[in-house]
Design a protein around this ligand. Structure first.
Ligand SMILES: Cc1cc2nc3c(=O)[nH]c(=O)nc-3n(C[C@H](O)[C@H](O)[C@H](O)COP(=O)(O)OP(=O)(O)OC[C@H]3O[C@@H](n4cnc5c(N)ncnc54)[C@H](O)[C@@H]3O)c2cc1C
Length: 372
């Protein structure tokens, strides 16, 4: 192939960095708009990520709007909240789902492939040049060019930090997840540990996913990937004794950087940030996937509205994300996150403010902003 021909094959309308829910959803939408789209993912696909595997009702609706169906999964209609020796159960405002990350990723990849997205897996991407509407991206040993760049690289946000006005990182949390055998009928659970929290989600068929987010000191104390983790966790959540095995060890773990929300208008024209790299805190536990899909849909809407790469698109995108109806849920989840990090506070709240917590759970699980 001549170098000119090679250059032509590496010219795209849009390049997406990251093959998680945010990147794949964007790639599908941009490709459906008639664009030539390249998606680069540094790991293998389907993605297998440390996750609670809970799909918030907003995520379920967004997925239906995107794919016309949801991948097979388990309906979830109740949440159990626990702290030390007490638990309370509440119903969700709308049923949610538990969908394995691998199945979710597969469904998104199939849709992306069908619409003509070119997917490069096991390919680390790096930004070589980021001028307005002209991006040069190194993908493996090749370089590719595009008018649009979609940053969907998850919480580590290295590329995003490379081209935005840098802000100091506010907090680092560690995530873990594992599967275990248990019956936990159509439920999701959250329990307080000191300096973090853990969750259970019924995947159906006697299989429960356990996941958690921990501040560094709690991660060192509980050591999820070391023998005896189950027993150490049970010492902090004794009410889970009948569900969690003492010899449990987490199989997946990660240290996401909780970047502050980025100022999208500081990016060069044509660059957009979607999903966790747009600013993630541990409140993404439970609604991070929903937020990723919301970002992809909003990007689609503003590109349709302004049909181009003008400054208006970036401004409108950031404005709509900030006003997105899904945001109040994140506020409530943040509050819940603060309460859950302290078992004594969480236990007192469960004892004295059960009905307030119930209404908070219902509001936090209302699907928001998805066009019907
Ligand atoms: C312990 C834990 C539990 C969670 N539980 C839930 C839950 O139950 N429900 C929920 O909705 N959310 C949950 N979340 C949050 C959820 O996982 C994220 O919000 C979601 O994955 C964000 O999607 P994303 O596409 O933005 O990022 P990611 O899913 O992280 O995808 C980013 C992708 O980009 C790739 N990448 C990064 N850099 C490059 C590069 N330079 N080149 C190429 N590829 C690159 C990465 O390999 C990765 O595959 C949880 C998070 C944690 C840590």
């Amino acid at each position: 192939m001549s170098s000119e021909a090679m250059d032509e094959t590496m010219k795209f309308d849009s390049i997406v960095i990251g093959g998680g829910p945010a990147g794949l959803a964007c790639a599908i939408r941009l490709s459906r708009m008639g664009m030539k789209v390249l998606l680069a993912e540094r790991r293998h696909l389907p993605q297998e990520k440390c996750c609670g595997e809970f799909l918030h009702p907003t995520a379920v609706r967004e997925l239906e709007a995107l794919l016309g169906k949801t991948p097979a999964g388990q309906p979830i209609d109740r949440v159990r909240i626990s702290a030390l020796d007490i638990s309370r159960e509440f119903d969700l405002s709308t049923p949610a789902m538990a969908v394995e990350r691998r199945a979710l990723s597969k469904a998104l990849i199939e849709a992306a492939t069908r619409t003509g997205v070119q997917i490069s897996e096991n390919m680390e991407a790096d930004i070589l040049r980021a001028d307005p509407n002209r991006f040069e991206i190194r993908i493996g040993t090749n370089s590719a060019h595009s008018e649009r760049l979609i940053l969907a690289e998850g919480a580590s946000a290295a590329m995003t930090n490379k081209i935005k006005v840098a802000k100091p990182v506010s907090r680092v949390v560690y995530g873990f997840s594992a599967r275990m055998e248990a019956v936990f009928d159509r439920k999701v659970a959250l329990a307080a540990v000191s300096g973090g929290y853990a969750g259970l989600c019924d995947l159906g068929g006697n299989c429960v996913n356990i996941a958690g987010l921990l501040l560094p000191a709690a991660y060192r104390r509980l050591a999820p990937n070391q023998p005896g983790f189950g027993a150490r966790l049970l010492a902090e959540i004794p009410v889970w004794a009948k569900i969690v095995q003492p010899d449990l060890i987490a199989t997946k773990f990660q240290a996401p950087v909780c970047a502050d929300e980025i100022r999208g208008d500081a990016l060069p024209n044509g660059a957009f940030v979607v999903g966790d790299c747009g600013g993630m805190s541990e409140t993404a536990f439970g609604d991070g996937i929903a937020r990723a899909f919301v970002h992809a849909r909003i990007l689609d809407e503003v590109l349709h509205l302004h049909s181009g790469n003008s400054k208006n698109v970036a401004r409108e995108y950031v404005r709509r994300i900030k006003n997105s109806l899904h945001r109040p849920n994140r506020f409530l989840l943040r509050l819940a996150g603060e309460l859950l990090r302290s078992p004594i506070l969480a236990r007192t709240s469960l004892r004295v403010a059960g009905s307030w917590i119930h209404s908070m759970v219902r509001r936090a699980t209302e699907p928001a902003g998805v066009p019907s």
